[in-house]
Every structure is written in structure tokens, then in C-alpha cells.
Design a protein around this ligand. Sequence first.
Ligand SMILES: [Zn+2]
Length: 140
Amino acid sequence: LTPKVIDGGTRPLPTLTAENRPFWTNGHDDQLHLQRCSSCGYYLHPPGPICRRCSSRALHWEDVVGTGRVAAWTENHYPWTAAIPLPYLIAIVELDVQAGLSLLSQVVDCDVSQIHIGLPVRVAFDDIGEVSIPLFRPIA
Ligand SMILES: [Zn+2]
């Protein structure tokens, strides 16, 4: 994805394609949507034209439970964009729905002293126009 800044004031947004549009635009109901293979049931992220496990082209989109655990994280101090106050937490979140399925995202409403590998988190969306950016919050 090629990040771009629109209006100079929002976080970098993904370039929407036919393949990734359902992922980036269907979060307005606070529900995480992932591509899934209709043949073998494997969830795919990032989305693509073919199942990475069985090579089937029969794919569909499903609502999934947006919970997971922090698999890796870092605290960012570099001003990549003026739209996100510094510092902020970047994390790889392994989703509960399938072992090894992860999203690179931001953990919000979380102090650096609180985050750790294994921290349970739940998706929360930052809606910007038609795009919904999946972020994660600690589960209280
Ligand atoms: Zn498959």
C-alpha cells in the first residue's frame, strides 16, 4: 500500500484497490472484516486474489471477532505524520481468529508502561471518510 496524506491533517491512508477495499472500508460498524478462503477456511491478510494455503480463488469476506494479543511492539518518536501525536505505540497484533494471522497497527489508549508482548487487545476503528483504520485498545 502506498500511504498518502490527504488534506494535510489526517493519518496516512491506504490506496484503495479492488482487492483491499472491503478491508479498509467496511469497519464503520466497528466490525473487523477479513478475507477467507471458501475452499479451506483459511483467513487471509493482507487480502489477495488467491488462497495462500490451498491456491483456491474462491474467496469471500467475513466478520471476525476483533480480538488478539500484542506479538511485538515499539514506541515511535519520529514524526512520520503530524496527524498522530507523539509518541505512539506501533504493534503487530496476532488475531485470536487464526494462529499466526497478524495485523500491523497502532495500540491506542495504552501507556508505554502498560504494553507488553501477550497484552490482550480489541480492535477499534478510526473512521476517516470512507476508510476505517483498524487500531487496537487493551482489553480492560
Ligand atoms: Zn484455501
